[in-house]
Design a protein around this ligand. Sequence first.
Ligand code: KIV
Length: 286
Amino acid sequence: MQTKKKVSVSDVIASKAKEKLAVITAYDYSTATLCDRAGTDILLVGDSASMVVLGHASTVPIGMNEMLIFCNAVSKGAKRAMVVGDMPFGSYQPSNSLALENAVRLVKAGCDAVKLEGGSEKAETVKALVDSGIPVMGHIGLKPQTSSLWEGYRVQGKTSKSAMKLMQDAKALQAAGAFSIVLEMVTSEVAAEITGSLDIPTIGIGSGTQCDGQVLVLHDMLGIYEDIKPKFVKRYAELSRVISEAVSRYSVDVKAGQFPEESNTFHMDADEALLFREKVGRSKSK
Ligand code: KIV
C-alpha cells in the first residue's frame, strides 16, 4: 500500500482489486515494531495468542484482560500499520451492549478496529459496533472459537450448500458495515466467488490466491513451533532452530565461564577500586 501515514479504513477498502493486503498477527511491542517497519498493512492482534503465546489448546480460554495487554503493546509498535484487535470468545456473544463495551475497551487500548467471528447471525452485532463508530473486520469460514467446541478445524465451503451459506454470510457482514472479511480455510473456488461479489476486501488464510489480502499467524510463518505446520502456511524462517541453537550456545558459554566477556563488563575507576578494597579489608579485620 502506497501510504506512508497510518493505514486507514478507507485505505483498506480502496486497496480492493488494486493491491493485495499483507496482514500478519502480532502480540507484542517488539514484533509489532518489526512487522510495521517491514511494511505490513494490518497487524491483527489475534486471539490465536491464546495458543501461540499463552500455550492453551484453543482460542477459547483467552479473555479481554489478556487481549487488552497484547493490543496495547502492539499499538505502540504500529506507526503505520492498522491495528485490529480480536474480540475473544465470550466478549461479544452475550449481547450487543457487551460487545460494544468490549470493543470500546479494545479501541481505548490502541486498536484502530476490531474483529469478530460469525456470519449473518452476527450481522446485528457488527452493525451495532459500526453505528457506534467502531470499524469491524468480519471473520467467516472456519471460526476457531466455536469450531473447537463443535466439529473441529475443517475446510469450509466444500458443498454448494455450505458455499451458498458462506456467500450469504459475507454479504450480510458487508451490509452490516464490515470494512473487510477474513475467510479462514474456505475452498479457493468459494473464496474467489465471494471476493468477486463484495465491494470490501477479503483477507484469506488457507483460502487460496484470489482473496484481496492474506493473513498468517506470525509464529507459523516464522517457524517458531517446529512441529506445527498447517498446509496453508508458508514458512519464511525456521526460528525454532535459530532460537534453540542460540540459547544452547549461551548455556554452554555460561557454564564454561566464556560469557560474559571483558567487553560485556563494567569497571570502577582504579583509585575507587583501591579505596573499596582497603575499606573491605578494614571491615574484615574488625
Ligand atoms: O486469531 C487469529 O490469529 C486469527 C487469524 C487466524 C485470522 O483470527
